[in-house]
Design a protein around this ligand. Structure first.
Ligand code: SF4
Ligand code: SF4
Length: 139
């Protein structure tokens, strides 16, 4: 029987395995991400795009190395304080609210995600984290 309410911080505990930094079609970067990461690594934004980004359709993603890992993965995320929005939000992302089965799909590739909770609890946690994040992004 799934347990009832748990706080978001008890629903996910990153094991720092790096699996989410490998493959998965790449990590999208917004203009805000590009500015923040460029500043953090002391790079001009245009050069940052040329050296560290690739194109996926019309969008920019962080380049993946030949081994499949993100260019900023080196046993840890080397840009952790300014990592892209997508990485910061993980695994509390909008697609869970579209279909809660996505939580279990994410969990298949992320050992930090708990699945012994109800879909309702997962959705509540995702909503909570997304609204917290939106408030933070507005500041
Ligand atoms: S796959 Fe999950 S547990 Fe592993 S580093 Fe990524 S978020 Fe953390
Ligand atoms: S920016 Fe950091 S957290 Fe995001 S994919 Fe790259 S190494 Fe992983």
């Amino acid at each position: 029987m799934p347990s009832d309410w748990v706080a978001p911080e008890h629903l996910f505990n990153c094991q720092k395995c790096g699996d989410c930094c490998k493959g998965y079609g790449g990590t999208y970067v917004s203009e805000t991400d590009i500015d923040a990461i460029s500043r953090y690594i002391g790079e001009d934004p245009e050069r940052f795009v040329a050296v560290y980004c690739s194109r996926s359709g019309k969008k920019l993603i962080l380049t993946q190395r030949k081994d499949g890992y993100c260019i900023f993965w080196d046993l840890i995320c080397t840009i952790h304080p300014v990592k892209p929005r997508m990485c910061k939000a993980w695994p509390f992302i909008e697609s869970i609210l579209v279909d809660s089965i996505n939580w279990r799909i994410l969990a298949d590739s992320c050992p930090g995600i708990r699945t012994d909770v109800s879909a309702r609890t997962v959705e509540k946690c995702v909503r909570k984290m997304l609204s917290k994040k939106d408030r933070h992004d507005d500041q």
